[in-house]
Design a protein around this ligand. Structure first.
Ligand code: APR
Length: 249
């Protein structure tokens, strides 16, 4: 039995199957990944976009954020066959939950419902003072009209993109849920992630420790490859649809 069909069988037979995705799943949609030859962090200094800079100088932070966001999302990215394959697996009841590190919202656009956004969502902006939220488009429009930083309508606090910045705590409920899903999974599929940023990077090991079958789909090596039951060194837009196909109904 070829490896795709074997992995599909294990995915199909699992009572609880969970996926963890990273920037490599959105890269085919034109959203640049963070690492690798065309990675965002080759263009931008991560320190300029961390939570301490936001607190110290929110206006300058937003000026840099507008540039980074333009590179990430201005192409108005659409879901690609990798997002669609994962949404199909969920719709067929073969994937119980999807944990993503991506902030682009494309999994939900593709129809995935049970999505745990570990690193937030760049389509929202939030006031760190009072929790008031607005759309990122609204916040960006205010910033582009000169409000650097854009301010909260409720308390005049500085708005922040609702993506988790380096140095920031992850949303607690999302992290607790992701850890539970990993520990309870019988099959854990990693797609398009370098698995270099904690705590997301520890989720696959947590699943494997609970006896889950570990499937990794990634162009480059990951630290989990040695522990994985299956490693597909290929493009997510090819491997995930093939896996979806092999799982069947
Ligand atoms: N098919 C398969 N794998 C791909 C593809 C593709 N088409 N394109 C890229 N990849 C792989 C790369 O080989 C790389 O290992 O996706 C991985 C993307 O890794 P990163 O850019 O590090 O993205 P990610 O793992 O999601 O980063 C985690 O780091 O900067 C923070 O908060 C940011 O959520 C991000 C976190």
């Amino acid at each position: 039995m070829d490896r795709i069909r074997a992995a599909a069988r294990d995915l199909r037979d699992a009572d609880a199957a969970v996926a963890l995705t990273g920037a490599g799943v959105s890269a085919p949609s034109g959203v640049p990944p963070f690492r690798g030859e065309d990675g965002i962090w080759n263009e931008y200094d991560p320190d300029a976009l961390d939570v301490w800079r936001f607190r110290r100088e929110p206006g300058a932070f937003w000026a840099d954020w507008l540039d980074l966001r333009a590179d990430l999302l201005d192409a108005d990215p659409e879901p690609n066959p990798a997002h669609e394959a994962l949404a199909d697996l969920s719709a067929a009841g073969r994937l119980d939950a999807l944990v993503t590190q991506n902030i682009d919202g494309l999994h939900r656009d593709a129809g995935s419902e049970e999505v745990v956004e570990l690193h937030g969502n760049a389509r929202r902006a939030v006031c760190r003072n009072c929790g008031w939220t607005t759309s990122a488009d609204d916040a960006v429009a205010r910033a582009e009209s000169g409000d650097l930083p854009p301010r909260c309508d409720a308390c005049d606090g500085a708005l922040k993109p609702d993506a988790v910045l380096f140095g920031e705590q992850l949303p607690r409920d999302a992290l607790v849920r992701a850890r539970e899903l990993a520990a309870d999974s019988e099959a854990f599929l990693v797609a398009g992630s370098s698995l270099t940023v904690e705590p997301a990077a520890s989720l696959p090991a947590r699943a494997a420790e609970s006896g889950a079958t570990l499937i990794v789909v990634n162009l480059d090596e990951t630290p989990l490859d040695a522990r994985a039951d299956y490693v597909f060194r290929g493009d997510v837009t090819e491997v995930l649809p093939a896996l979806r196909e092999a799982v069947g109904e």
